[in-house]
Design a protein around this ligand. Structure first.
Ligand code: URA
Length: 264
């Protein structure tokens, strides 16, 4: 199929889904259309008299991580960091996302919550934890006197919504990591809450899962030399699916509350 035919076919598929009442994932369709536009079409007829055009070299993953590091290092404020993340083109997830969900809450707050990554609602609003899971997170925080309006800063280990809400890959997490570390260095939280296994494992470089990590106190150390205690908790989306786990989540919240009181 030629490129225009592929694009036409994708548009027809989307329209057909819409007619059938299927909720098409617009972001995914946009990404597929873009991929079709940039994919290599059928071989062009040989051009005998001309030299082949130089094909620009793709930037390697490690180069993008290095660029993320440089951008993050140069950021002095959260606003700088947000601008750097939004301008960063190294993560392919950005192609399909509507917005980067960078952060919400109070800059410089004593508590920083770090989640996994945006879902549909976060993608739409460009803010972390604003969907159903976010509402539960707000209630969990409120139960121990915390709120994004007064004493909590909220972010994620990945800023762009993965298609179909899959988990971010290790490469995608590595591309965001310099920004996450810098956010911790700028925000200087007294205590960090890692919401969910993806966040906890990635922040701690751990191979054990959330079932073993929750209820334990860990330490996050950034490359710039800032360190803070980190508490992994169950992800609120998990608790929505498994309400019977709320009692263990409650215990973890009480442990966090007690630790925070000791820090102030
Ligand atoms: N889940 C997360 O981990 N982060 C969000 O921002 C939303 C849902």
């Amino acid at each position: 199929m030629s490129q225009p035919e592929q694009i036409q076919a994708l548009k027809a598929l989307r329209d057909w889904w819409a007619e059938m009442g299927v909720d098409a994932d617009e972001a995914e369709i946009r990404a597929l259309t873009k991929a079709a536009r940039t994919s290599v079409g059928p071989a062009a007829p040989p051009q005998t008299a001309r030299r082949p055009r130089a094909i620009p070299k793709e930037k390697r993953h490690e180069d993008w991580v290095e660029e993320a590091r440089n951008l993050a290092r140069a950021a002095a404020t959260m606003a700088d960091l947000k601008a750097a993340i939004e301008g960063f083109d190294g993560c392919l997830l950005k192609e399909a996302a509507r917005n980067a969900a960078c952060y919400d809450g109070v800059e410089g707050a004593p508590v920083m919550v770090i989640g996994e990554g945006p879902g549909a609602e976060e993608d739409k609003q460009g803010k972390p934890f604003v969907g159903r899971a976010g509402q539960l997170l707000d209630r969990m925080l409120a139960a121990i006197g915390l709120s994004r309006a007064t004493n909590v800063f909220i972010t994620n280990v990945n800023y762009w919504r993965p298609p179909g809400n899959r988990n971010p890959t290790d490469d995608e997490l590595a591309l965001c990591r310099p920004f996450v570390d810098r956010m911790v260095e700028i925000g200087q939280p007294k205590l960090i809450i890692a919401a969910g296994g993806v966040s906890a494992k990635s922040l701690l470089n751990a191979s054990i899962g959330i079932m073993k990590l929750r209820g334990t106190e860990q330490m996050l150390e950034t490359p710039g030399g800032y360190s803070a205690p980190l508490f992994p908790i169950f992800h609120p989306a998990f608790l929505l699916r498994r309400p019977e786990e709320k009692s263990r989540a409650w215990r973890d919240l009480l442990q966090i509350q007690e630790r925070l009181e000791g820090l102030s």
